[in-house]
Ligand binder design. Structure first.
Ligand code: R5P
Length: 295
């Protein structure tokens, strides 16, 4: 076997879809948990080129198991080990904001370079860092945008108002609204804590009586999206939907979003789960082929 996608159990479906798009084999990474919490990881295929597939939501345990899997592949003669991590964690903390803090972006980025020949991800949560290549020096580190997949979900014929909750969401708002020339609004946000945000949408009165689609890269605590939904409902929006790349929301957060007045929430499959259903396998496969990672 020359190339294969290897997926962990929670993302076996998504890994299988990528393999299908690439027309290569897929295989499992098996994990057994010992009573003390340690993980025993084993790989069932050892192709010449392995695309190891795992999103790093719930990152601490998944990261360790990922490194164990990469190491098992190398030990069993795999030449090239590429990581496909549609959701990549620890990309936010790019500086020590208070004395004594670890710079997790640098630590995790460098760690991955020791185990992988290349990394591919979708919409990494980089703030002040321009590109993923800076985070992972010496390997091919590539990010793609989920905007085309999100844009395909919009029914442009209904002329929805596209709203980004904060300045960071501008790139997705612009990419999604551009082709159909949809009207847009962009909010501004001050974060006061993990779950406290102060959000203001200039021109929000334009949402009155309209169907609105909120667009963002990430729902983490949900505070940003909840505040944006409330502001739009308060302004009289008739229908409010949300479209995001990565949805990490737990059940309590989903409930709060609904209570705030959100009618529907859709996210890409980068984070496996009931919300994450918009496929990105085609986008990932195109990039892998374009870069000649499989042959
Ligand atoms: C901001 O930089 C991002 O685009 C998201 O708006 C933010 O990370 C969402 O986080 P939370 O759901 O915790 O408000």
């Amino acid at each position: 076997m020359n190339c294969a996608v290897l997926g962990f159990s929670e993302c076996a479906l998504q890994a299988g879809r990528l393999a299908q798009e690439l027309q290569i084999a897929s295989s499992d990474v098996a994990v057994r948990h010992f009573p003390d919490g340690e993980s025993l990881v084993s790989v069932s295929a050892t192709p010449k080129t392995a695309l190891l597939y795992r999103s790093l939501d719930d990152p601490n345990i998944k990261l360790v198991e990922l490194l164990l899997a990469a190491s098992a592949l190398r030990d069993n003669g795999v030449d090239r080990v590429m990581l496909v991590a549609p959701y990549l964690a620890y990309m936010r903390q790019d500086a020590a904001f208070h004395p004594g803090e670890a710079v997790s972006q640098r630590v995790v980025g460098r760690l991955l370079t020791q185990y992988f020949d290349a990394v591919l991800t979708v919409d990494p949560h980089l703030h002040r860092t321009d590109s993923l290549a800076e985070v992972m020096p010496g390997i091919e580190a590539v990010s793609i945008s989920a905007a085309p997949a999100l844009a395909a979900e919009i029914d442009a014929a209904t002329r929805p108002l596209i709203v980004g909750p904060d300045s960071e969401s501008r790139q997705w708002v612009e990419a999604i609204a551009h082709d159909s020339e949809l009207e847009t609004l962009l909010g501004s946000k001050r974060r006061d804590g993990d779950r406290e945000v102060d959000l203001h949408i200039a021109g929000v009165e334009r949402a009155a009586g309209r169907s609105v689609v909120l667009v963002d890269d990430l729902i983490s605590s949900g505070a940003t999206m909840i505040a944006a939904v409330r502001a739009l409902r308060h302004a009289g929006a008739r229908r409010v939907e949300a479209l995001v790349t990565h949805c990490l929301a737990d059940a309590a957060c989903l409930k709060e979003l609904k209570q705030a007045g959100l009618d529907s929430l859709r996210a890409t499959e980068t984070v496996p789960g009931p919300i994450g259903s918009i496929p990105v396998a085609g986008l990932l496969a195109d990039e892998i082929v374009r870069r000649g990672w499989i042959n």
